[in-house]
Design a protein around this ligand. Structure first.
Ligand code: NDP
Length: 435
C-alpha cells in the first residue's frame, strides 16, 4: 500500500490475486524464489504523456495519455485503450495487472498491458475524436509495434477510434502491420472480434451452468451496460434461449419485462453505436419498457446476472439483493464489476461466479487470433474464428475447474483463474532470470 498510494483499484486487484496465489506459492516452493510476486505486481514500464489537440472551435485542449506495459514474460504487451474521464494511473494499473493473468489464461502468447486517456468522447464530433486519436498516437507510436505492444479497444474506444489510431500509426511508420486489434474488416480486422467478449462471456457461463446440469433456456438474464460487451452478451444469451430484460448506461437502466428480442437489440446497437444516444431513449420506442434514472439493474429479479459495464458497479448490498431474488449465476463481462464484498457474498452462497479475467477473456483471445491472421496475411471465416473462441473459453473453464475445485466439489473460479493464470507467467519469468 505504501508503494502505491492513492491507487485503490490497483490495490483491490492485487489483493484479490494475492489472497488466492500466496497460499499456492507457499505449497509450491519454486514460486517463492527470486521475489517473483513482488516483480509481478510492478509494471515493467508506465508511460504517461501529454495529448494536446484542437477542438472544433479552434481552442486547444490537453489530455493525459497513458500506456502501462505490465508484463511481457509470455508475449508482447497486449490490452485495450480506454477513453473515459475517470481514467487514471490506478485504474490502468489494475487493468494491466488483470490483463496479464487473463492473457495467460487464453493459452495464447500474449503479455499484459493497458492504456488510455481521460479524454471524454461523449459529445465530441468525429473530427474532434480523429484529431485527438492522431495526437495520442503521435506520441504513443514510438512505444508500440506488432512484436512489442499491440493495443485494442475498451470503454470509449471502438472501431472508429481504432481506425483513426491505426491510420496515424501507419502514416508515421510507413508500414502496414497488425499493431492494433479490433480493426475494421477492410484493413485487417478479424470476423467475430466485435462479438468476442460478449459471446465468450456467455460461452463461459454456459460451461458453468452445465456443471449443474443447467442451461440458458427459459432463464431470466439481467445485463448491465449497453456497449460492446453488453450488446453481444445479450445477443448470445438470447440465442441460447435466455430472456434478457435489462440494459443500462451510466445514467440509469431500462427494464423490458417482455424480454429483448433481435429487433429491439438492433435498435439498441444503432442507438449506442451509430447515434451515440442514451439508453433511456429505448422507452420512447418501446413504451412497455420502464426507465429507472440513476439506478442499476441489480434490483430486478433474475436467474443469471451479466455485469458488462465497468468496475465496481455491483456492490455487496446489490449482491445480497440478487441472491434474495434467486439469482444463481453471475458472469463478469466487464473487468472487476463486482466489489470484493459482492464476490464474497456470491461465494458464501456457493452460487456460480465467474471473474472477468476468465469469463471476458474471449475478447483478447480473439485479438490474439486477429494477430495470427495478420501475420499469416489471411483471414479466417466467421465460423472458424467462433469455433476457436468457443474452444478457448472451454479450455479456460477447464483450467479454472482444475485449480479452483475445493474438497466439497464447489468450484472457486476466482482462485482457479488466478492460479492457472499465474503458473504460466511465473514459469516464464523464472526461466528468464531476474529481469
Ligand atoms: P463500451 O464503451 O462499449 O461500453 C461501456 C458501457 O458501460 C456503456 O453502456 C457505458 O455507459 C457503461 N459505463 C461506462 N462507465 C460507466 C460507469 N462509470 N458507470 C456505469 N456505467 C458505465 O465499453 P465495452 O463494452 O467495451 O467495455 C465494458 C467493460 O468490459 C469494461 O469493463 C471493459 O474493460 C470490459 N472489457 C471489454 C472488452 C472488449 O473487448 N471491449 C474485453 C474485456 C473486457 P455510458 O454510455 O453512459 O458511458
Amino acid at each position: 500500500e505504501k508503494n502505491n498510494p492513492n491507487e485503490p483499484e490497483f490495490l483491490q486487484a492485487v489483493s484479490e490475486v494475492a489472497e488466492t496465489v500466496i497460499p499456492f506459492i507457499e505449497e509450491n516452493e519454486k514460486y517463492a524464489n527470486k521475489k517473483l510476486l513482488e516483480r509481478m505486481v510492478e509494471p515493467e514500464r508506465a508511460i504517461i504523456f501529454r495529448v494536446p489537440w484542437t477542438d472544433d472551435k479552434g481552442e486547444t485542449q490537453v489530455n493525459k495519455g497513458y500506456r502501462i506495459q505490465f508484463n511481457s514474460a509470455i508475449g508482447p504487451y497486449k490490452g485495450g485503450l480506454r477513453f473515459h474521464p475517470s481514467v487514471n494511473l490506478s485504474i490502468l494499473k489494475f487493468l494491466g495487472f488483470e490483463q496479464t493473468f487473463k492473457n495467460s489464461l487464453t493459452t495464447l502468447p500474449l503479455g499484459g498491458g493497458k492504456g488510455g486517456s481521460n479524454f471524454d468522447p461523449k459529445g465530441k464530433s468525429d473530427n474532434e475524436v480523429m484529431r485527438f486519436c492522431q495526437s495520442f498516437i503521435t506520441e504513443l507510436y514510438r512505444h508500440i509495434g506488432p512484436d512489442t505492444d499491440v493495443p485494442a479497444g475498451d470503454i470509449g474506444v471502438g472501431g472508429r477510434e481504432v481506425g483513426f489510431m491505426f491510420g496515424q500509426y501507419k502514416r508515421i511508420q510507413n508500414n502496414f502491420t497488425g499493431v492494433f486489434t479490433g480493426k475494421g474488416r477492410s484493413y485487417g480486422g478479424s470476423l467475430i472480434r466485435p462479438e468476442a467478449t460478449g459471446y465468450g462471456n456467455v460461452y463461459f457461463v454456459k460451461n458453468m451452468l452445465e456443471t449443474k446440469g443447467e442451461n440458458f433456456k427459459g432463464k431470466t438474464v439481467v445485463v448491465s451496460g449497453s456497449g460492446n460487451v453488453a450488446q453481444y452478451a445479450a445477443q448470445k444469451a438470447m440465442e441460447f434461449g435466455g430472456k434478457v430484460i435489462t440494459f443500462s448506461d451510466s445514467a440509469g437502466y431500462i427494464y423490458d419485462a417482455e424480454g429483448i428480442n433481435e429487433e429491439k437489440l438492433a435498435f439498441v446497437m444503432d442507438l449506442k453505436n451509430e447515434k451515440r444516444g442514451r439508453i433511456s431513449e429505448y422507452t420512447e420506442k418501446y413504451t412497455g419498457a420502464k426507465y429507472f434514472e440513476g439506478k442499476r439493474p441489480w434490483e430486478v429479479k433474475c436467474d443469471i446476472a451479466l455485469p458488462c459495464a465497468t468496475q465496481n458497479e455491483l456492490n455487496g448490498d446489490e449482491a445480497e439483493m440478487l441472491l434474495k431474488n434467486g439469482c444463481f449465476c453471475v458472469g463478469e463481462g466487464a473487468n472487476m464489476p463486482c466489489t470484493p464484498e459482492a464476490v464474497t457474498a456470491f461465494q458464501n452462497a456457493k452460487i456460480l461466479f465467474a471473474p472477468g479475467k476468465a469469463s471476458n477473456a474471449g475478447g483478447v483471445a480473439t485479438s490474439g487470433l486477429e494477430m495470427s491472421q495478420n501475420s499469416l496475411r489471411l483471414s479466417w471465416t466467421a465460423s472458424e474464428v467462433d469455433e476457436k473462441l468457443y474452444g478457448i473459453m472451454n479450455d479456460i473453464h477447464d483450467a479454472c475447474v482444475q485449480y479452483g475445485k475445493d474438497g466439497d466439489g464447489y468450484v472457486d473460479y476466482v482462485k482457479g483463474a488466478n492460479i492457472a493464470g499465474f503458473v504460466k507467467v511465473a514459469d516464464a519469468m523464472l526461466a528468464q532470470g531476474v529481469v
